[in-house]
Design a protein around this ligand. Structure first.
Ligand code: ADP
Length: 326
């Protein structure tokens, strides 16, 4: 058992609903174990610029139901420079911070790894990103809320698509991962899903749409993951319209609404469990690892492994999404 008296916590990279639930869990668990907690505002930028605030139990009251991160987040390119990191280390030491918890995505874990290795400060990561593209956990904090937000939006678009016999191309977030797209597609009963993990040609998509028309489907929802091989939903819609000019097509990009809003119960629970387990991991002497949940168990994955290994899409779910859309 390490002698950790003060734990710092920061959120970094893109915000995700449920990050506040995780911060709350870290604060309350640390206090339970007689540790002090220091919040770092604006992620790694805050480490460089001494943006520290003490966090007590009441500091995290009324936060569990809110989206975003009340500690705020920003990208901090300076942190890639060793000279800048040296300043951050000084600041961490001067604050009396013995260990750090970083909530964020792969980029944030690379930054966390440098803190651990270069300075020997124990750091534990919590996966927080709506994209669900982090190796070492079944779900990242924010993913469930983002999918639910997207599904509610698609349900609304479906009304118009159906009333006017239209085909909607709906672009969802996910950087280079199709997790949000696939889960949104299955949950909203979409006709097709375009994700980076499964290449689909425009001809295949058009043939599929034609087949569905022959099966008396008069409207359609195509879920498109951003950043795919054909460009975004607008580009794909243009190419489809060229081949099938008789189709009424529309494009909707859901954008940042997927990142905001009150976290779902699942994300609050995940934030609570991972926040709690991150503190316990530090107290038990863990460092350089991300805490994740797999099959309802807490597991540790080294930052190196979490950052280097690819998160595979579930091919069976892709197949089932196809069968259910026929
Ligand atoms: P995410 O955590 O959501 O993947 P980013 O990729 O933007 O977000 O990374 C967040 C921050 O992590 C960056 O702005 C930078 O400060 C820090 N970071 C990313 N990669 C490194 C690295 N190789 N070394 C040090 N810090 C890094």
């Amino acid at each position: 058992m390490k002698n950790i008296k003060t734990i710092g916590i920061l959120t970094s990279g893109g915000d995700a609903p449920g990050m506040n639930a995780a911060i709350r869990a870290v604060v309350r668990t640390a206090i339970y174990h007689s540790c002090e907690v220091v919040g770092v505002k604006y992620g790694f930028f805050g480490l460089l610029n001494n943006l520290f605030i003490p966090l007590q139990s009441h500091s995290v009251s009324q936060k569990i139901s809110t989206g975003g991160t009340f500690l705020k987040s920003t990208r901090c390119p300076q942190f890639l420079q060793p000279e800048a990191r040296a300043i951050a280390y000084e600041n961490i030491r001067n604050q009396g911070i013995d260990a750090l918890i970083v909530v964020g995505g792969n980029g944030s874990f690379r930054g966390a790894d440098t803190i651990c290795k270069e300075m020997g400060i124990p750091v534990v990561g919590i996966p927080g990103t709506i994209d669900n593209d982090i190796y070492g956990t079944d779900c990242t904090i924010g993913f469930d809320t983002a999918v639910n937000t997207a599904v509610r939006a698609v349900d609304k678009l479906r009304d118009t698509a159906d009333s006017h016999n239209m085909v909607f191309f709906v672009e969802v977030m996910g950087r280079d991962a199709g997790f949000i797209a696939l889960n949104t597609s299955i949950s909203s009963g979409a006709e097709a899903t375009l994700i980076p993990e499964i290449p689909t040609t425009i001809d295949q998509l058009c043939n599929y749409l034609e087949m569905e028309r022959r099966a008396n489907k008069t409207s359609g929802i195509i879920i498109v993951a951003e950043g795919g091989e054909h460009g975004g939903a607008a580009e794909i819609a243009t190419q489809v319209k060229k081949r099938l000019p008789q189709y009424e097509t529309r494009v909707t990009t859901l954008g940042h609404i997927q990142r905001g809003g009150a976290p779902t119960a699942n994300d609050r629970i995940l934030g609570g469990l991972l926040g709690h387990d991150a503190v316990v991991a530090l107290i038990n002497g863990e460092k350089g690892v991300m805490v994740g949940r797999r099959n309802d168990q807490t597991v540790y994955t080294s930052f190196e492994e979490a950052c280097s290994r690819h998160c595979e899409i579930n091919k069976r779910m892709v197949e089932i999404a196809y069968i259910l859309s026929l």
